[in-house]
Design a protein around this ligand. Structure first.
Ligand code: ADP
Ligand code: ZN
Length: 719
């Protein structure tokens, strides 16, 4: 058997032009009847490593997977590509199971997915059954579950050693996205692999853009962030069930189709919410980490961390759920050292000092990542033992210039605020004090100090940054504890006495380079056709009771909307269109594309598509004009009212307000444009009175019906 055959299957059955990463090597290894261990990042394409050999072998491929929730979708996707596949797990009726067994016996089935517990149920019965079956390959998915060093140890996996014992001749492939060396060793030992190959792919996920923002006005910021992503799928991670629940509810109030997912929900609710998300009927899931491994949705466009993950492994795994289809996606983390502090409590492993220390160290590295001023991808990959020689250009830090300036005066003000208030207060208090806040929390005796209010010319956010900078440079220190106070250090005195100058970072944002849905190709795509194709896909998916991406992935539709195939032959050239899908769905999508081309007087562009494409990043903005905020601004400046803009753009009024509020600080929109002059003062007072930080709800409660969230937001933007 040779690799040319594998190549043919790749194209005809799965519709792809070339292998990715180590796929080819792994397949060759199996075809040579050798065992192998495949380490590939999430979304890398592990499944094909065993699916293609399965189709080339004459017997059955048995796939062991712990992800019961996923089996049905995986099997649906295979069947949709013309592969005889089925699964066995505890969710099925016994009649269904008998039917599956019969299909195995008859030799008709090529791929069978089983949960490990099902495989080992009732002693060796299943193993004995397999002895009478022609098994050509064992695939162990999520193989790290066999290791207690991993993050998802499953005792049933330990039993998988039996496979090599009973079937020494049958090749075995173990696959995982966890790179850790200890885990790797466990997999090899515990599966009893002897003569095997190890394939380690790069863990870089070039299509994910990493951004970290300070955890301030987080909800506001999130709304702004989501405003341009109405049609996109995303996951938002929170630390607690409560906050997940509340956030999902708030987002629903803002018109987002958001659902919560956490361990506090019943199994039915969780399954239902997950299903709605997979089927694209809910766009956003607000989840605790309970929303885990089972998520194999290829078109997740963004992952937001509302709270800090407890280590880099978790962060990387969670962000890795974005962009599995290879299209550009985003990871946004809201970071504060307060979160690091909060998580310290969770890092404690009872009675195990050394384990606790490891956890704390990992947590601190997570903090370091949050505060990083250099390429984030470099840092992440280094963490996983991989060296990136150049900065990536696809993270916030790579697109930000950090300029320094003489911040001696600022430093003196900050240090003196700490000294004069007796080194007994936290960051927020000091910032409020420096800015001369009228809040009740500021002690009266402090209001008489000379330093009170000397920093009113600097914004709150900037003060936070300066303090962090000063702490990092050792001019101040933050004490551990439940209420971390800021104290002076031995370096402070020289600054206070004017004997030392201090340089501080000035942050100047470069033009925002990222955009969420970026075409995989060097050519622009037709946005409205893309939307039509998605609609057509939804209709088919509903009729067939499968998630939309099982019909075609976003990446495939995007290619169609780019290259406008008009015949079946042209359609076959689109990546992701295999023979069976072409027969099954080709016509539906061709019809959409043809009518679009007719109306718009367009011709096919399939000759622009080269087989091997250079992946080039091109933003929607480059091709189609401006970003969403600016579009609203232009309409507003052209004299349309907010309601008119909302109607024209088919967006919520609140969304348009958020767009416009962004331009208050640039001076392009005036506060009076958005809020009646007579309302400004009452809103300001209510904000001061509730002293709620940047939370809007309490302010709205004080003000009542006559004031809108938009008006409150607008005023807040000026404070
Ligand atoms: P993993 O299990 O490693 O997380 P999957 O096997 O689910 O990843 O593959 C992720 C996506 O990449 C799927 O949509 C799959 O069809 C697609 N894919 C896999 N191999 C290729 C390839 N060689 N070319 C293009 N797309 C691929
Ligand atoms: Zn970078």
């Amino acid at each position: 058997m040779n690799i040319a055959k594998a190549q043919e299957i790749l194209k005809h059955q799965f519709g792809y032009d070339s292998f990715r990463m180590n796929q080819q090597q792994a397949i060759e290894c199996i075809l040579n009847k050798k065992d192998c261990v495949v380490l590939m990042p999430t979304g890398g394409g592990k499944s094909l490593c065993y699916q293609i050999p399965a189709l080339l072998g004459d017997g059955l491929t048995l796939v062991v997977s712990p992800l019961i929730a996923l089996m049905k979708d995986q099997v649906d996707a295979l069947v949709n590509n013309g592969v005889a596949a089925a699964f066995l797990n505890s969710t099925q009726s016994s009649r269904k199971q008998v039917e599956v067994f019969q299909r195995v016996k008859s030799g008709e089935l090529k791929i069978l997915y089983v949960a490990p517990e099902r495989l080992l149920q009732s002693g060796d019965q299943f193993i004995d059954f397999l002895k009478n079956v022609n098994v050509s390959l064992f695939a162990i998915d999520e193989a790290h579950c066999i290791s207690s060093w991993g993050h998802d140890f499953r005792p049933e996996y330990m039993q998988l050693a039996k496979l090599k014992h009973h079937f020494p001749e049958v090749p075995l492939i173990a696959l995982t996205a966890t790179a850790d060396k200890l885990v790797r060793r466990d997999i090899i030992e515990r599966l009893r692999l002897k003569d095997y190959d190890l394939f380690v792919s790069s863990f870089n996920r070039p299509n994910i853009y990493y951004t970290v923002e300070p955890k301030r006005n987080t909800y506001e910021r999130l709304l702004q962030y989501l405003a341009g992503k109405r049609d996109e799928s995303g996951i938002i991670y929170c630390l607690s069930r409560n906050s997940a629940e509340n956030l999902a509810e708030n987002l629903r109030d803002e018109g987002y189709n958001a659902l919560a997912y956490h361990a506090g929900l019943s199994k039915e609710e969780r399954d239902k919410n997950q299903e709605l998300f997979l089927k694209d009927e809910a766009k956003i899931v607000v989840a605790t980490i309970a929303f885990g491994m089972g998520i194999d949705k290829s078109n997740v466009r963004f992952v937001v961390h509302f709270d800090l993950p407890k280590n880099i492994e978790s962060y990387y795994q969670e962000t890795g759920r974005a962009g599995r289809d290879g299209l550009n996606s985003e990871a946004l983390l809201f970071f504060s050292w307060g979160d690091v502090q909060k998580l310290k409590g969770f890092a404690e492993v009872d009675g195990n000092r050394s384990q606790t220390e490891i956890m704390l160290k990992k947590l601190n590295l997570m903090g370091e990542f949050g505060d990083l001023k250099t390429c984030r991808r470099k840092f992440l990959l280094k963490y996983f033992d991989e060296e990136l020689t150049e900065d990536c250009g696809q993270c916030d830090n790579c697109n930000t210039t950090f300029e320094k300036f003489d911040g001696t005066i600022i430093a003196q003000k900050a240090l003196s605020a700490v000294a004069r208030t007796g080194q007994r207060f936290g960051l927020s208090y000091l910032v409020d004090f420096l800015r001369g806040s009228q809040a009740k929390t500021i002690r009266d005796e402090h209001k008489n100090l000379k330093t009170y209010g000397v920093g009113s010319d600097v914004s709150k956010n900037s003060w936070f940054d300066y303090f962090k900078d000063l702490i990092q440079q050792g001019y101040l220190a933050q004490k551990d504890g439940q209420f971390p106070t800021i104290v002076l250090t031995e370096k402070s005195e020289a600054v206070l006495l004017g004997r030392e100058t201090v340089e501080l970072f000035k942050v100047v944002e470069k033009e925002d380079k990222k955009s969420s849905l970026v075409s995989d190709t060097t050519h622009p795509y037709f946005e409205d056709l893309f939307a039509d194709l998605k609609r057509a896909r939804t209709t088919i998916a509903k009729a067939e009771h499968v998630p939309p991406y099982v019909v075609f992935s976003d990446a495939t539709l995007l290619e169609m909307a780019t290259f406008l195939p008009l015949t079946k032959e042209e359609m076959r050239k689109i990546s992701g269109v295999g023979d069976l899908k072409l027969d099954k769905y080709g016509w539906d999508f061709l019809t959409e594309i043809r009518s679009y081309c007719e109306v718009n007087n367009l011709d096919s562009r399939i000759n622009l598509k080269s087989v091997k494409r250079e992946r080039k990043v091109r933003t929607k903005r480059d091709e189609f004009g401006k970003d969403t905020n600016r579009i609203s601004l232009d309409m507003f400046q052209a004299g349309l009212s907010i309601d008119e803009i909302a109607e024209a753009r088919e967006l919520a009024r609140g969304t348009i307000e958020i767009h416009l509020i962004k331009f208050i600080n640039t001076g392009e929109v005036r506060l009076e444009d958005l809020v009646q002059a007579s309302k400004v003062e009452p809103i300001k007072q209510a904000i001061a009175r509730t002293n709620s930080g940047m939370a809007i709800a309490p302010v709205k409660e004080v003000l009542g019906e006559n004031y809108t969230y938009g008006e409150i937001r607008a005023v807040m933007a000026t404070i």
